[in-house]
Design a protein around this ligand. Structure first.
Ligand code: GLN
Length: 425
């Protein structure tokens, strides 16, 4: 059988192809000359499979889509406190190139607008790094997100740098407020160079999927940034990634996203996929017209809205039965799915409402996908209380989804493998 997904992507491109509204960015001469009819979409799963359609292997400059990734590098390199003290996380409600700084401090409102992105660029790499070393870090970092070595488009770089009057104004303001420490022209050059890195739509899907996959590139398997950094980046993308169109985007499309003036657009759906589109004509916010349309279709067709989360907690207990009889009888409780707060609450409530009927009980975790830290602590506390109530608790954990199974004072647990052999007591 052939997967229906590439056909779906091709159909989606076909359905938006006729729309030639909007215009290529004209304030960067090199971008104004881009072929406006290019059209592509790509989707990368969190296990690293890339589906694509249209011009998905055509290179274009990444532009503002570099911002969330460079912000991630700054957070990784300098820590949250330093970065947050210099660039905040509040949507500005302004367009991407507004001179939008907090009145007193001069701190940019968020790292997705140019002012904040200039700061993030200046904070990547180790403290005291020179411009070259810092740029090396940015290329290495963005290449790790993409899973291949990215190169600068020198023509785009020169073209934008010569016209970067607004960004120079922003950098001067940032320098005047001591938000950046370096020569404003050096800051603008570094930021413009980062925006000139060439990517394909396929690359962008992998970069987005790395965010969707808690910072591990799903194609190369390489960890790029930590899960807390990814959470911060995705949160800021949700609230600020689409500039003054961010609220409309989040309600209608519901995926943390970032656009760029060359016509790229990415969305990262945590735990599921990274998606990218490319179509150079832009709307008045500077977002790709057909890209926005495609994402609206994807959300509707693939149920991608972040707020549409299925309630799986009620299915946490797959089965409950007594195996054997007499003194050998053991009640088996089969759990399934992912055990987070709501599912774990369902399990502990079940034990309260219907206490186990045998003295020995077996918690079967073979069908559990993942247990987060909250789920783990709640399950172990339930084991501790069941022990105190007089039960002997066995846990079948063939895939070792329950790390460090210590129920604490008064609790006892015996972990067995699928052959009933005791692995840990
Ligand atoms: N390099 C562009 C600029 O600074 C990026 C803007 C964008 O993609 N929205 O103006």
């Amino acid at each position: 059988m052939r997967s229906p997904i590439p056909d779906y992507l091709t159909d989606a491109l076909r359905s938006v192809a006729a729309d030639t509204s909007g215009a290529t960015a004209d304030y960067i001469p090199e971008l104004a000359q881009a072929d406006p009819d290019r059209l592509a979409a790509a989707l990368c799963t969190v296990d690293g499979h890339v589906y694509s359609a249209g011009d998905a292997d055509v290179e274009f400059s990444i532009q503002s889509i570099s911002k969330p990734f460079v912000y991630a590098l700054a957070l990784a390199d300098r820590g949250f406190d330093e970065v947050l003290s210099k660039v905040w996380v509040e949507p500005s409600g302004d367009s991407f190139n507004q001179i939008s700084l907090e009145p007193e401090s001069g701190r940019p409102r968020n790292p997705m607008i140019n002012a904040g992105a200039l700061v993030a660029t200046s904070l990547s790499g180790p403290p005291g790094a020179g411009a070259d070393q810092r740029f090396e870090r940015i290329v290495d970092g963005l290449s790790a997100f993409a899973g291949r070595r990215l190169e600068v488009d020198e023509a785009v770089y020169e073209s934008e740098l010569h016209h970067a009057y607004r960004n120079r104004a922003l950098a001067n303001m940032l320098r005047a407020h001591d938000i950046i420490a370096e020569d404003p022209l050096v800051a603008v050059a570094g930021y413009t160079r980062q925006c000139s890195l060439l990517v394909t739509t396929d690359d962008l899907a992998v970069m987005a999927a790395t965010l969707a996959n808690r910072g591990v590139n799903p194609v190369t398997g390489r960890p790029v940034v930590s899960a807390p950094v990814v959470r911060q980046v995705l949160s800021v993308m949700s609230t600020c990634g689409m500039y003054d169109g961010a609220g409309d985007w989040m309600t209608r499309v519901g995926v943390p996203a970032k656009s760029g003036v060359s016509g790229g657009l990415i969305g990262a759906l945590p735990g599921q996929a990274g998606i990218a589109t490319f179509s150079p004509r832009l709307d008045r916010h500077g977002n790709s017209v057909r890209g926005v349309d495609l994402f609206q279709r994807f959300t509707a067709d693939m149920g991608m809205h972040l707020m549409d989360v299925p309630g799986t907690a009620r299915e946490a207990i797959a089965d409950r039965y007594v195996d054997g009889d007499g003194p050998d009888a053991i009640e088996v409780i089969e759990l399934q799915g992912d055990l987070r707060f709501a599912a774990a609450e369902h399990v502990v409530r079940e034990f309260e409402v219907r206490p186990p009927v045998t003295s020995s009980i077996l918690l079967d975790l073979a069908r559990i996908g993942t247990i987060d830290d909250v789920g783990r602590r709640m399950l172990l506390e339930a084991v501790r209380r069941l022990t105190i109530d007089g039960h002997e608790v066995f846990v079948l954990d063939p895939d070792q989804v329950l790390p460090d199974p210590d129920p604490g004072t008064g609790g006892r647990i015996t972990v067995v493998d699928d052959r009933g052999q005791v692995r840990q007591r």
